[in-house]
Design a protein. Structure first.
Length: 400
């Protein structure tokens, strides 16, 4: 297929939807042939999850929709999953970049192969303006129950997988054959479902609006979560999870989702026990659903979680390796709030020096851990000058 005409990208449109509209605007043997032209040759014959070579797509479209990074940020959920530190796919040992990894078209656009969600009000409003409707990223998020534009409960496509595998589809193709995606809305669960929806939307668009959208490392995300659990009294003195209490609180809060097909495994007794056991280890893989539920339950919103991650970064710098250290250092040094804390932490160190006959850093770290970490991170020169590292004098070797 030769690309002679390219459509304009619509707001919040998925890569799958853009590819489907591009195929309609150009002549092709069939939808599979269109996929080969746009995303490179592959033996895979499934249109719904055709392996995507983003670099090849940019070459074929002559950069009309941006570079590969822009494509992943604006049309897929890759950055969304990077923000929360988990993916719905396994990267393998090679960890190839998403631009070349060959992830499926619907996997990049929807995050999975099974769930295709849309808003009926969006379909009606689209058809008043455009000849065909389109799929939106914000509708495909794991925690999206309501449309962010209309507030309408989302519907789930009931099209047979065989149909999706053989041709491109649009929301209005199966407008009549759909069912409500979310559970029955009641006063008890309405607020939680809306908070989960708002959480996913905030994470999705944070990637596009933030000047530094790079996510925190797995270690900082894990440490922030463990600290929040500890504040709720769910961590034992030895550092283990209080499993019965942990699973009980999660079950009570999200009990209305236990019968939902997308959440049933994660909220089952087996799933919650596995999550509780794996939480202690930072490198243990966990599901996307588990990660999102933990963020909503422990922090309430994405903004609150981000602030806690920044605090964890500040106070536990040894366990955090920033992706852009220069920008991060500049941000913290220019922050007025941190500048205002400098006299307080310096005063704590001066008080310590005045009360100890042999002022060692190890003693200061135990006496005033917060001030020690702050000075070591942001005022190291002053700390080295006033409280140098204690060095034991080397003893003279024996002469005989």
């Amino acid at each position: 297929m030769q690309l002679h005409s390219l459509p304009m990208l619509r707001e919040d449109e998925t890569l799958y939807s853009l590819a489907a509209r591009t195929r309609l605007a150009n002549a092709a043997k069939d939808d599979r042939d269109a996929c080969r032209s746009m995303f490179g040759y592959s033996k895979n014959t499934r249109v719904s999850d055709y392996p995507v070579n983003v670099i090849h797509f940019c070459e074929m479209t002559k950069g009309h929709f941006g570079d590969p990074s822009t494509i992943l940020t604006r049309m897929t959920l890759v950055r969304f999953f990077e923000q929360i530190g988990v993916h719905p796919w396994h990267k393998g040992s090679s960890s190839r970049p998403a631009e070349l990894a060959g992830y499926g078209l619907s996997t990049l656009s929807n995050g999975n192969l099974r769930t295709w969600k849309f808003c009926k009000d969006c379909v009606i409003s689209d058809l008043k303006v455009f000849p065909i409707t389109y799929w939106r990223r914000s509708h495909q998020l794991p925690t999206s129950f309501f449309c962010p534009t209309h507030g309408t409960a989302l519907s789930c496509s009931l099209a047979h997988p065989h149909i999706r595998h053989n041709r491109f589809m649009f929301p209005d193709d199966d407008f009549a054959s759909c069912e409500q995606y979310c559970s029955v809305v009641t006063p008890e669960n309405d607020l939680v479902q809306k908070q989960l929806t708002q959480l996913g939307i905030a994470i999705l668009f944070h990637c596009e609006t933030s000047l530094n959208p790079n996510p925190a490392t797995t270690e900082i995300l894990h440490a922030t979560t463990i600290r929040a659990l500890n504040e709720r009294g769910l961590i034992t003195p030895k550092g283990a999870i209080r499993l019965p209490e942990f699973t009980s609180e999660l079950s009570v809060r999200y009990k209305f989702l236990r019968w939902h097909p997308e959440f049933s495994d994660a909220l089952s007794e087996k799933g919650l026990n596995a999550l509780g056991r794996n939480l202690i280890n930072a490198g243990t893989w966990r599901s996307v659903v588990h990660q999102l539920l933990l963020i909503e339950w422990l922090f309430g919103s994405w903004a609150s979680f981000q602030k806690q991650c920044v605090w964890q970064h500040t106070m536990d710098h040894e366990n955090y390796i920033c992706a852009t250290p220069a920008k991060t250092m500049e941000f913290f040094y220019e922050s007025e709030s941190l500048h205002s804390q400098r006299p307080m932490h310096r005063a704590a160190c001066i008080d310590f020096l005045g009360t100890e006959l042999l002022p060692k850093r190890s003693i200061f770290a135990r006496a005033a851990p917060q001030s020690f970490r702050w000075l070591l991170r942001y005022d190291k020169h002053w700390l080295d000058l006033h409280c140098p590292v204690f060095q034991r004098k080397q003893m003279q070797k024996e002469l005989f």
